[in-house]
Design a protein around this ligand. Structure first.
Ligand SMILES: Nc1nc2[nH]cnc2c(=O)[nH]1
Ligand SMILES: [Zn+2]
Length: 474
């Protein structure tokens, strides 16, 4: 059932921007990338040539389709990777009032998630969320679903159908959760998790688009027995693992009370065999030095969710120092703790959070635009274990990309300026900026109106209505 390759060979021509390291953005102003029928990049030419020259140089591309932005302020960028989000919470986006984590879960989150026992409602919510995240350039997402197996499997089906790469996890929670929304027993939690893993591996046996992920909600929602059983399930299935850790001070106190024999929060997971190189830990806001060491030693990965951490007042994660210690970090939207499904928004938020930290800790903790973009792409790819396939534009990688169009240069006529309809988004580029400046303007003031097309493994999975006027395809 995995999406079969029916795409033509294509040559993408124009400006290509991607990260080459945490701090460096490589901008090729005028190049060409050839992508084969399987969505794999076969050549990257960094110099300008005519289409005729390109086709004769790469003879197997003689009949290839050409994709060229028609606007000078357009560029290709790797697809974003959302390393932590909750699809069933999409309808609650923006609703958090003055709650913090534990009250927010009770008030908003559990009732909404429980209501997705209705498969019709799940279909509505999940179809829209996958379309929404694709429209923001998210080509890969690590999704939490709910405890419901049919709805979780439906989310995986939708991702596969729409062509969005995804890790999809059925949520396990057998304690400290409302009676109306919990696993009845450890056995049920494991059986149902296994059922979703089996379904996802059935629909995409090679895991080319969708993969399962074992999902203990967080330590307070799981008994020691449930956590250990999920650790054993990981050893049996080699599936990824995702959970939350050290997001909020009240939560950390609760973990101390619930697990009095554990050294700390990370130790609860470590003892259960849940800290592995395939584990994604969301938040990591208040980790102790000892916890940071064990997470690093286990090669577990970190999802930084800055918009969520501000919205539900969890704190400012010390990303700069975690990076300096060698942690692997990506960005997560954490909808609906986070108020936006956009990783671009979370780049901005990561930068803001680092600046708030800088006000007390000094300028060296600030994240730059380039660093935020690295976390959004290559960092996320490493977190999800797809670093050999996605995150940048190299031969052998798959074409997971977005075409960004920053709109037309505004005219000099004042009357024309009064008439502008601004349908090309809020980013004003005047034409005298360097490419680095254009990219920075996109990060600070761009949005989904600038994301005119999105591809995963070479397949066009989203196009904005401006795409037809933004690009020439022949
Ligand atoms: N942000 C966030 N933290 C959690 N901790 C446990 N569940 C959740 C959740 O749904 N969102
Ligand atoms: Zn979360």
């Amino acid at each position: 059932m995995a999406a079969s390759a029916t795409i033509p060979k294509r040559i993408y021509i124009g400006t290509f921007v991607h990260s080459t390291s945490l701090t460096d953005l490589d901008i090729c102003e005028s190049g060409a990338i050839g992508v084969n029928e399987n969505g794999v990049i076969e050549f990257v030419d960094r110099e300008t040539s005519s289409i005729t020259d390109l086709k004769s140089k790469h003879s197997s591309y003689e009949d290839a389709q050409i994709v060229i932005p028609t606007n000078k302020n357009a560029f290709f960028f790797p697809g974003f990777i959302d390393t932590h989000t909750h699809a069933p919470q999409h309808p609650n986006t923006g609703l958090f009032g003055k709650t913090t984590l534990l009250s927010w879960l009770e008030t908003y989150t559990f009732p909404m998630e429980a209501s997705l026992s209705s498969l019709d409602k799940a279909r509505t919510v999940y179809s829209n969320f996958v379309s929404r995240t694709l429209s923001h350039g998210t080509t890969t997402a690590a999704y939490y679903a709910t405890v419901h197996v049919p709805a979780t499997n439906l989310l995986a089906d939708i991702c596969l159908k729409r062509g969005q790469r995804a890790l999809v996890g059925r949520v396990c929670m057998n304690t400290m959760s409302p009676e109306y929304y919990r696993d009845a027993s450890v056995e049920d939690a494991v059986r149902d998790s296994k059922a979703s893993i089996d379904h996802i591996r059935l629909i995409d046996p090679k895991g080319e688009i969708v993969q399962p992920i074992i999902t203990p909600r967080f330590a307070p929602s799981c008994t020691t027995e449930a956590l250990s059983a999920l650790g054993a399930l990981h050893r049996d299935t080699d599936a990824h693992i995702q959970t939350h850790i050290s997001e909020n001070k009240g939560e950390i106190e609760l973990v101390k009370e619930l697990f009095p024999h554990s050294k700390n929060y990370a130790d609860v997971y470590d003892t259960a065999g849940l800290l592995t190189p395939k584990t994604i830990l969301a938040h990591c806001v208040h980790l102790t030095p000892e916890e940071r060491k064990v997470i690093l030693a286990r090669e577990s990965k970190i999802s930084h969710c800055p918009a969520s951490n501000t919205a539900i007042t969890s704190g400012c994660a010390p990303i700069r120092s975690l990076l300096a210690e060698g942690h692997t970090i990506g960005l997560g939207t954490d909808v609906s703790g986070g108020f936006s499904p956009s990783i671009l928004e979370n780049c901005r938020q990561a930068i803001w959070v680092s600046r708030h930290l800088a006000m007390s800790e000094g300028d060296n903790v600030k994240l730059s635009t380039n660093e935020a973009l690295f976390l959004a792409t290559r960092g996320g790819a490493e977190v999800i274990g797809l670093q050999d396939k996605v995150g940048g534009f190299e031969v052998g990688k798959e074409w997971d990309a977005q075409m960004i169009d920053l709109g037309e240069v505004p005219g000099s006529d004042a009357e024309e300026a009064f008439e502008r309809d601004f349908s090309d988004g809020p980013c004003d580029v005047f034409g005298w900026e360097s490419w680095q400046e254009k990219v920075e303007k996109w990060v600070y003031s761009g949005d989904d109106r600038n994301t005119v097309a999105v591809w995963v493994r070479g397949r066009l999975v989203h196009k904005h209505k401006r795409f037809s006027t933004s690009a020439m395809i022949n």
